[in-house]
Design a protein around this ligand. Structure first.
Ligand SMILES: [Ca+2]
Ligand SMILES: [Ca+2]
Length: 199
């Protein structure tokens, strides 16, 4: 009986430690994140996969404006900097709850991943969860930076949004980290709040 209790105690302590280490502190698994790295809640909000040119909508879910000029996207290991892209709607300094739409980066409509990264103190390592802000993949799983998103706890391995029809958009419903939080939208809402928001 005593041995059983000891094992139980070890399990409880182990679970408590695991929970502490998996808390979402915004710094992923970096052992010593810079103390001044700000909390940032900018997410990928909508993706239009169009023959005339793909467009990516970001939303600042946070309460303070965020300058995303030096932030980078990542899709199938190609890494455009937002400041080098074309601003379609909004500003590279996204106000609280504001929306930015950029273009100038071709995505694979059939299947791809899309990650959003921010630098910390001028450093940006794509394999480190601390630098990843958001992630989604469609068409198939196991693409690009899926493993980083899984390590960060913002995606489930093997999950993906079904490929959407030509010229449709993928809209994020504003809550959750699963493929089911994304909606195939025939008539996109680029530049404005998502129709799927709140679902
Ligand atoms: Ca949801
Ligand atoms: Ca939208």
């Amino acid at each position: 009986m005593k041995q059983y209790l000891n094992i139980l105690l070890v399990l409880i302590i182990g679970l408590a430690l695991f929970n502490c280490s998996s808390d979402d502190d915004g710094y992923g698994n970096i052992t010593n994140p810079p103390a001044d790295a700000p909390e940032i809640d900018v997410r990928i909000n909508e993706i239009l996969l169009a023959n005339a040119g793909d467009k990516i909508e970001l939303k600042n879910f946070g309460d303070a404006e965020v300058d995303v000029t030096a932030f980078k996207l990542c899709s199938r290991f190609v890494y455009p900097t937002l400041g080098d892209m074309t601003v379609e709607t909004g500003s590279l300094t996204i106000p609280a709850k504001g929306i930015l739409v950029v273009s100038g980066f071709d995505l694979d409509a059939a299947s791809a991943d899309l990650g959003l990264y921010r630098p910390i103190d001028g450093d940006l390592e794509f394999s480190e969860p601390a630098f990843m802000l958001d992630f989604v993949q469609w068409g198939e799983s196991g693409i690009g930076r899926e493993s980083v998103a899984v390590e960060k706890g913002i995606w489930t391995a093997g999950d993906f949004v079904p490929a959407i029809a030509d010229n449709h958009s993928m809209e994020y419903d504003g809550d959750g980290n699963a493929s089911s939080d994304w909606v195939d939208q025939a008539d996109s809402s680029l530049g404005s709040e998502n129709k799927a928001a709140g679902n």
